[in-house]
Write a protein that binds this ligand. Sequence first.
Ligand SMILES: *Cc1c(COP(=O)(O)O)cnc(C)c1O
Length: 456
Amino acid sequence: MPTTLIEPFRIKSVEPIRMTTRAEREALLEKAHLNPFLLHADDVLIDFLTDSGTGAMSAKQWGAIMEGDESYAGARSFFRLEAVIQRLTGYPHLIPTHQGRAAERILFTVAGKPGDIVPSNTHFDTTRANLEASGVVALDLVIPEGLQPRTIHPFKGNIDLDRVEDLLKRDGDKVPFGMLTVTNNSGGGQPVSMANLRAYSALLKRYGKPLVLDVCRFAENAMFVKLREEGYQDRSIESIVQEMFSYGDGCTMSAKKDGMVNIGGFIALKDERWLEAARNLLILTEGFPTYGGLAGRDLEALAVGLEEVLHEDYLRYRLRTAEYMGEKLKAGGVQIVEPTGGHAVYIDAKAFLPHLQSEDYPAWSLANALYLEGGIRGVEIGSVMFGRRDDDGTEHYHPMELVRLAFPRRVYTQSHFDYAAEVICELKSKAEQVKGVRITKQSKYLRHFTAQFRWA
Ligand SMILES: *Cc1c(COP(=O)(O)O)cnc(C)c1O
């Protein structure tokens, strides 16, 4: 039996990518003020900035685009999508939105109020921001292993049930609902086990609290359950997905992830408690309830994407991609967050650049160096993103300095990954030449998107 796991698709439409010279990249990065977010994507050879909305659609999805019903109200495309989502989630009520954060804003405006506390394993940054915008405290209660980069655990995305119970005992009246992110994006794309999901749901139920799932990567999570959790080896992905949703009372989704589309999102709800208020808010800012913030063709492509993402060959290849990349990097002496999650590999920049100090922003430096070395764009998850500078100039650093390489779905082939791993390992062998950076200009909020830098 051959052991090579192949990309389970062939390519019908291609998009050229362009190699630049090192001298060109130096000039381009200088012009972007050493901020990879400010590069033109055409000047990037391999773009691992994010897996969000960057995937390739299938021929079937492109075909469905032509089937899109653009009627303002009651479009056929809505009912087609609704049927798929009802089948997968068991939730009767669908509210389409233009992307995940719109779903979050609408649901949290309706379901939360100032002074409330909402626990999760780890709130994604837009989730946290939207809760906080409603005056709600977003509490991260991932298990301790979820915060230890090199501790091996099959389900590092699990929520710490003891700490949830403490919260419910102490401040239960302030908790409107619980949340859980599957997979745990901010924690490295780490999965949540079915046992944890089931127990969390039961615990919340004992206290009369509903559970809202953030299901951006529900299919990747289901595949981890199939591969790692006792009793699921012979279950279909669809039945695992259905069981996962059965423990929730509703969900928010960014379809730019496991929806396999370039734009889209939704809320789905099991009962009517938040439905009418959420729909009213949807009409105010997104659109009529049968299209939300999307075109009919987007709804069609999403309906197909939600079916395709359940294919086991695809998911096996998908999870293997991150694992393969992780193996190659480790073999080259590069330390990463382990085990690899579903959608990305995280390089430990402090270990990669031991000669740099916090004030050198090691992960930001490394992200720049990867671009200079081989035209690869990753993203810093470190002190530029999560640290801050007070008005008096005091800088607060983040304990972890990581560079995330996130993998677009069905876009790059094995040789792209081989090339990227080679570039990174080669850079590792001359890491002492990589200089730190200093911030020369920054904004008060989300500074990583626009900050400017110089070499130290
Ligand atoms: C991407 C993402 C979101 C936000 O979705 P957008 O479509 O980017 O607005 C929310 N939660 C998680 C876990 C995500 O990965």
